[in-house]
Ligand binder design. Structure first.
Ligand code: SAM
Length: 287
């Protein structure tokens, strides 16, 4: 099967297999070959790396990945697309497709089983679960060197935001804790079939060897970060006392004073280093 590059070919193959686009599964397929080539070249896919693709759809990006990478593993949740992928990927002997929900896959064991070279994740993610997928990849410390994914533009901006701007939040801190994040390509909605209601961007997450900051306890650090942003309009003293760490306001006041922070400060003003300092001092005070 030749490369799928036009909306007509995608519609044709879907019709042949009697499949409809599922909005609830975030099915917006790429129809611009230039964008696909740009993703491949900017993610430096060569025959020395293997790729995990999340959500191959009808295989548009998968075909290009297979041409440039050593091996490709694609995980697709929609059982109706499996026969389509069998057809569109039949000539690509270096591709395996798993029918499963990526959130349920033991990614590290799949990678270990199949690949013996560096691995990258490359995907046009389903937008309804972008954050859970990214968080799974990061928190499970999956063994990959780089994650290059298309996401909603606004989510990409949240991932790269620094303290003090509106887009900055717990996702920014989590992503930057584990990765060096940059937006590498803006992609307008008319490059997809059907077009989504939002524009997109491709983000590159270079996974750090060690997290950006040293914390005593990862889990506690993220509870502090999530708590600080859960009640965005409240001061840290109020939001942390109602957060998962359920800390006394008096202790927060003591720690903020010790660290030289204004007692009216809100979470959105703290950068990742300051969050680490704060979480470590709160942890010591509580344990
Ligand atoms: N890669 C294709 C492309 O670029 O044209 C399709 C991308 S489309 C935005 C997202 C794909 O993810 C769809 O094929 C959808 O069925 C699949 N998907 C949605 N939820 C998933 C999940 N939990 N696990 C695996 N795949 C999923």
């Amino acid at each position: 099967m030749s490369r799928l590059t036009s909306p007509g070919q995608i519609k044709g193959i879907m019709k042949k297999h009697n499949v409809r686009f599922s909005k609830s599964l975030g099915q917006n397929f790429l129809i611009n070959d230039n964008i696909i080539e740009e993703i491949i070249s900017r993610s430096n896919i060569t025959k020395d790396v293997s790729v995990l693709e999340i959500g191959p759809g009808v295989g548009v990006l998968t075909q290009a990945l297979a041409e440039h990478a050593d091996k490709v593993l694609a995980v697709e949740i929609d059982n109706k697309l499996i026969p389509v992928l069998e057809e569109t990927l039949s000539e690509y002997k270096n591709v395996s497709v798993i029918h499963n929900d990526i959130l349920k896959v033991d990614i590290n064991s799949e990678i270990e089983k199949r690949f013996d070279n560096p691995v990258k994740v490359v995907a046009n993610l389903p937008y309804y679960i972008t954050t859970p997928i990214i968080m799974k990849l990061l928190e499970e410390k999956i063994n990959v060197e780089e994650i290059v994914v298309m996401v909603q533009k606004e989510v990409a901006e949240r991932m790269v935001s620094k303290s003090g701007v509106k887009a900055y939040g717990s996702l920014s801190v989590a992503v930057q804790y584990y990765c060096d994040a940059s937006i590498i390509l803006d992609v307008s909605r008319d490059n997809f079939l059907p077009p989504p209601n939002v524009d997109s961007a491709v983000i590159r997450l270079k996974v750090r060897e060690n997290p950006k900051v040293k914390v005593i306890d990862d889990d506690y650090f993220f509870k502090v970060v999530k708590g600080a942003f859960a009640l965005r309009r409240k001061t840290l003293i109020n939001s942390l006392s109602k957060s998962a760490i359920a800390i006394d306001k008096e202790i927060v006041i003591e720690v903020l004073t010790k660290l030289g922070f204004d007692l009216r400060i809100r979470g959105e003003k703290l950068n990742i280093e300051e969050f680490a300092q704060l979480a470590n001092e709160l942890y010591k005070a509580q344990n």
